[in-house]
Design a protein around this ligand. Structure first.
Ligand code: G1P
Length: 274
């Protein structure tokens, strides 16, 4: 099956960016003039996906308004040069459909993904965490690369990159064996959510891009709260990995952790200097 839908878990509070995120969704923080979530939607469109499924929560209405027309504003600037600034978002909106569901309680990324089941149904799908901003300047984007991997292996795919060994406590960490003939794809046999460096099997960290097969929903339904008392997608994926149903892919390109101030500034400088 091809990948037609992309899920965006976007209910989190974004406490690291307070006070900016007090009344503004963290997904709406802009890198230059473009909100993080728009970068994510563009990456999905580039990968051939046009059905966007967004898991929102209280205080996130600005996301819905962003992917809609703003009648008064658009009428006001009609015919003047400012109108050009809306070209990209208008064309994006015309290509895609957007559906939303709300996560009532914050019980972790796994729970957010399970909340999205009603929008996804029984088909494989992509997941983008908008605060991980990925780019592969002028070449295939990360989701597009992952879909190629999915098409070949027909199982869940996680994007990974190597992180400094003392930073494993921030990520899901995988261990696996390189598949025959590739130096960038691992068959995963172990995954641990945010291990202390002393317990981390490797320094290969999952970043916010996944392709998931739909059996993940049933697994998530019976996944107990794990690290931090939250339902973790890493734990659910580990169940698939036990049956050799997860590959990890070292993508080509750059990823900025825009959930941290440092990563956010780095991304801003990168796009400013392009
Ligand atoms: C989540 C996942 C983690 C993954 C990370 C990537 O953590 O739980 O496994 O490595 O996203 O950004 P979060 O950053 O939401 O705490």
């Amino acid at each position: 099956m091809t990948i037609n839908k992309c899920l965006f878990p976007a209910a989190g509070y974004g406490t690291r960016f307070l006070p900016a995120t007090k009344a503004t969704p963290k997904e709406m923080l802009p890198i230059l003039t473009k909100p993080l979530i728009q970068h994510g939607v563009e990456e999905a469109v580039e990968a051939g996906i046009t059905t966007m499924a967004i898991v929102t929560g209280r205080g996130k209405r600005a996301i819905e308004d962003h992917f809609d027309i703003s009648y008064e504003l658009e009428n006001q600037i009609k015919g003047n040069s400012k109108e050009l600034l809306l070209d990209e978002i208008r064309s994006l909106i015309s290509k895609c459909t957007f559906s939303y569901t709300r996560q009532i309680e914050m019980k972790g990324l796994g729970h957010a993904i399970l909340t999205g089941e009603t929008l996804i149904g029984d088909e494989p799908f992509a997941v983008v965490l908008a605060d991980d901003l990925c780019t592969n300047h002028n070449a295939d984007g990360v989701l597009k690369q992952m879909i190629e991997v999915y098409n070949k292996y027909q199982c869940s795919v996680v994007a990974i990159e190597e992180v400094p060994e003392d930073k494993t406590y921030k990520y899901g960490i995988i261990d696996g064996d390189l598949v025959h003939g590739r130096d960038d794809i691992y068959r995963v046999h172990n995954m641990i959510e945010k291990p202390d460096p002393k317990n981390a099997p490797t320094n290969m960290a999952i970043i916010g891009r996944y392709i998931l097969t739909p059996d993940i929903f049933n697994i998530l339904r019976s996944t107990q709260a794990g690290k931090g008392g939250e339902i973790q997608i890493t734990d659910a994926l580990m169940q698939q990995a036990k049956n050799d149903r997860v590959v990890a892919f070292k993508f080509k390109g750059k990823r900025f952790d825009c959930g941290s101030i440092d990563g956010f500034v780095e991304a801003t400088n990168y796009f400013y200097n392009l």
